[in-house]
Ligand binder design. Structure first.
Ligand code: ATP
Length: 323
């Protein structure tokens, strides 16, 4: 191994920069040259590579986003796209690739593995829906941003005795909504994994009003069949909410752009360094993640086939805590 490359792909996640930094500096310490691929798999297909030394990754550990850029690249989902990418990598003398990203990105990494190119994944997505890592890079920061917003929204909701529907990101996964809802003291949480009819939700909000609560915070996952907008429309059309006035807020991309928390910087640093160490040791076809506080690896084949369920304790306890 003389040259390794690193890319970030899919939705950006706070901590990606810390992971890039760890990959580059660990490779350097092992005498391996590091290359950055610009704009995810699009840059791979275009051969958009940039040599990265230790100084190029200075002053980025505290920054959100990704200095390499990220992209969603439909062409990489095709066999021709993957083959072209491998030709570009081999043409540049690169012997292995570290892929920092979520589910889709690790499917891309697995496609490279299948045609024999050495690749190692690093678990990074704010959605926390990636099998092989209990927690992924960016989750802690996104949760803290959501919590800050929920705390603020609760103050204004109380002043006006309002019910506030707060939608959070997470694609088809309700992890962020569930955890932000519990930690933010929400009156109800709506997630795709445990949906219930809007009538039932309205009853719950009404019940909170009658019990004398000054506000009702409902955290809604973007992937729920009834997201915040649909719920609002439904409540209005069916005149379901009496008592509280209601409003909705969508916490979209704001969850992704924050500076990484200490937890995310440390996680990203550990995962990035481990990925580089293993690549230098000629390992391939694995995802580096964290389980119960320890660094673990999982074959990419299992990662892309796996399904990560939500923690059942949190799922079962959310209603009790909202009383
Ligand atoms: P996040 O969920 O945090 O946004 P992600 O990695 O899941 O991150 P995706 O948009 O699903 O984001 O995937 C990123 C890119 O990975 C896609 O644009 C595509 O280039 C590549 N990719 C996704 N699925 C596959 C696949 N099955 N085969 C090859 N490449 C894939």
């Amino acid at each position: 191994m003389k040259n390794l490359a690193v890319l970030t792909s899919g939705g950006d996640a706070p901590g990606m920069n810390a992971a890039i930094r760890a990959v580059v500096r660990t490779s350097f310490s092992r005498g391996v040259h590091a290359w950055g691929v610009l704009n995810g798999y699009s840059g791979l297909i275009e051969g958009n590579f940039k040599r990265l030394g230790p100084r190029d990754v200075g002053n980025i550990i505290q920054r959100g986003g990704t200095i390499l850029g990220s992209a969603r690249c439909p062409e990489f989902r095709t066999e021709e796209g993957v083959e072209l990418a491998v030709r570009r990598l081999r043409g540049a003398g690169i012997d292995g690739l570290v892929v920092i990203g979520g589910n889709g990105s690790q499917s891309g990494a697995n496609a490279l593995r299948r045609i024999g190119f050495p690749v190692i994944g690093v678990a990074s997505t704010i959605d926390n829906d990636l099998f092989g890592s209990e927690v992924t890079i960016g989750v802690d920061t996104a949760l803290n941003v959501a919590l800050n917003a929920i705390d603020n929204l609760k103050v204004t909701a109380s002043s006006h005795r309002r019910a506030l529907l707060v939608e959070v990101m997470g694609r088809k996964c309700g992890f962020l909504a569930l955890m932000a809802g519990i930690a933010g003291g929400a009156e109800a949480i709506v997630i795709p994994e445990a949906e219930f009819p809007p009538e039932q939700l309205a009853e719950r909000i009404q019940d909170a009003y009658e019990r004398g609560k000054p506000h009702a915070i409902v955290v809604v996952a973007e992937g729920a069949a009834y997201n915040a907008e649909r719920l609002c429309r439904y409540f209005e059309e069916h005149e379901l909410l009496r008592g509280f006035e209601f409003r909705s807020t969508v916490l979209g991309y704001v969850l992704r752009g924050a500076a990484p928390t200490c937890r995310d910087r440390l996680l990203a640093t550990r995962l990035g360094a481990e990925a580089a160490e293993r690549m230098v040791a000629s390992e391939s076809g694995i995802l580096v993640g964290e389980e119960k506080g320890a660094i673990v690896t999982t074959p990419l084949e299992e990662v892309v086939a796996g399904n990560k369920p939500l923690d059942s304790w949190f799922l079962n306890t959310a209603d009790t805590l909202a009383r």
